[in-house]
Design a protein around this ligand. Structure first.
Ligand code: DC
Length: 219
């Protein structure tokens, strides 16, 4: 297993952009673990699976018909050979992902596939909610990004061309769900670098994160 840097934080805190750029700078692979939950959420909805049926969702998550592809630009999710990635980043799919991510059956089913992303010669930058606490607890460099709810909503609204006021409410619900759940709640890993990104631009955040990662990893 190669070295791992983890970046966790709430919705739209900048995890994806920061971790993607960090991976590029280090010449490492990158995975967005949210894509696993989002892919499952989208496919479950398409298949009319009851979103309260944890056992059925766990079975679906365990299916051998999933494929997750890591490339420097995005984490792609395929089910039965169909690439569903373009559908999974909408805020409503994020809401379903947050709901179904509570079920231990779902988390346990996805954990192995997430850990497998670290196999291989290069290092891995992994972002999500529990990458530093549960998926890669032994990672030598852990980062936790945070930002005000206003700046997070503005960021997501700009990405989606949506109204920030409607996004702020949806994110509030999601943050509450993600940080109060019993299984692997969103929390700050011990020894993590905690960075508030509200008033920083992307390069400023990546500079600080890269310096920290290089120090921790002795690169
Ligand atoms: O990071 P994201 O917005 O793509 O994640 C979507 C949802 O997936 C998030 O609200 C909770 C869940 N998730 C999780 O429980 N654990 C992770 N490591 C990543 C995402």
């Amino acid at each position: 297993m190669g070295q791992v840097v983890t970046i966790d934080g709430p919705a739209a805190s900048g995890k994806s952009s920061v971790s993607r750029d960090l991976a590029r700078r280090l010449g490492w692979r990158w995975v967005s673990t949210g894509a696993f939950y989002r892919g499952l959420a989208y496919v479950a909805r398409q298949m009319n699976v009851d979103l309260d049926d944890a056992r059925r969702l766990g079975e679906l998550a365990h299916s051998k018909e999933w494929e997750v592809l890591l490339d420097p630009e995005r984490t792609s999710v395929l089910f039965r050979g169909q690439d569903v990635t373009q559908h999974i980043f909408a805020e409503d799919v994020g809401g379903i992902a947050s709901k179904i991510s509570h079920y231990p059956e779902v988390r346990e089913a996805l954990l192995g596939a997430q850990r497998a992303c670290a196999e291989g010669p290069d290092g891995l930058v992994a972002e999500g909610r529990d990458c530093g606490t549960v998926v890669f607890p032994g990672a030598p460099a852990k980062i936790y990004l945070t930002a005000s709810s206003e700046s997070r909503a503005a960021r997501r609204a700009a990405e989606e061309g949506a109204d920030p006021n409607s996004i702020i409410e949806a994110q509030k619900v999601r943050d509450q769900q993600d940080s109060t759940r019993k299984n692997a709640p969103l929390s700050v890993p011990k020894e993590a670098l905690v960075l508030d990104t509200s008033t920083l631009n992307l390069d400023q955040v990546v500079d600080q994160v890269e310096a920290f990662a290089r120090r921790q990893l002795k690169l």
